[in-house]
Design a protein around this ligand. Structure first.
Ligand code: IMP
Ligand code: MG
Length: 187
């Protein structure tokens, strides 16, 4: 399954087709890291990854970052095991580091309705960081239900379910190197 060059993935009777290849993801991630490194010169930002989805993007992103930085993770759950958001967010793992007075960059795999990012922003504002920005590899602009500023966007994508490169379907397929999008009837 996890073979470079695969252009589709079949899950039961659903077909996902290739959306972004490993090379495209790496190239865009490097561009984002360069921009962040330029804009945070002489600062030491804390990259805060939202588990589980962002773990691969986080690890690639910070390896392209050329300034000193720190990392931490926390865990949210909003999707359960299905394709549809539950509309609720639960905090499953708290941060270990103190973000007070720090420049923090929230690292998301994907922003769909924006509920998670909205929740995170509220949570962190209480801890009074010096600054807070958000980087997301993917954004479903047409699904956004909250007024949000995503400061760094990898790719804007259609409002369809995607898997791979950290993104799951029923907790599986996170290990795919590329990103695949659900091929709906009529596509
Ligand atoms: P939001 O709170 O609606 O913006 O959803 C954000 C979270 O839902 C993401 O961090 C993902 O974990 C998950 N999610 C949203 N869309 C997808 C998708 O297409 N595939 C897999 N997970 C998704
Ligand atoms: Mg996520």
């Amino acid at each position: 399954m996890n073979i470079k060059g695969f252009d589709s993935v079949i899950v039961g009777d659903e077909k996902f087709k290739l959306l972004f290849s490993e090379e495209q993801i790496q190239k865009r991630t490097e561009e984002l890291a360069k921009q962040i490194s330029d804009e945070y010169k002489n600062r030491v930002p804390v990259f805060i990854g939202v588990l589980n989805g962002s773990f691969l993007f986080m690890s690639d992103l910070i390896r392209y970052v050329t300034i000193d930085c720190e990392i931490d993770f926390f865990k949210l759950s909003s999707y359960g095991d299905a394709k549809i958001s539950s509309g609720r967010v639960k905090l499953l793992k708290e941060l270990n580091c103190d973000v007070n007075g720090r420049d923090i960059i929230i690292v998301e795999d994907i922003v769909d309705t924006g509920l998670s990012v909205k929740y995170i922003e509220k949570l962190f504002k209480k801890h009074q960081p010096k600054s807070m920005r958000v980087v997301s590899l993917l954004v479903k602009q047409d699904s956004l239900k909250y007024d949000l500023k995503i400061d760094y966007i990898g790719f804007n994508i259609p409002s369809k379910f995607v898997i791979g490169y950290g993104l799951d379907y029923g907790q599986k397929y996170r290990n795919l190197r590329s990103i695949y999008i659900l091929n709906e009837i009529g596509d």
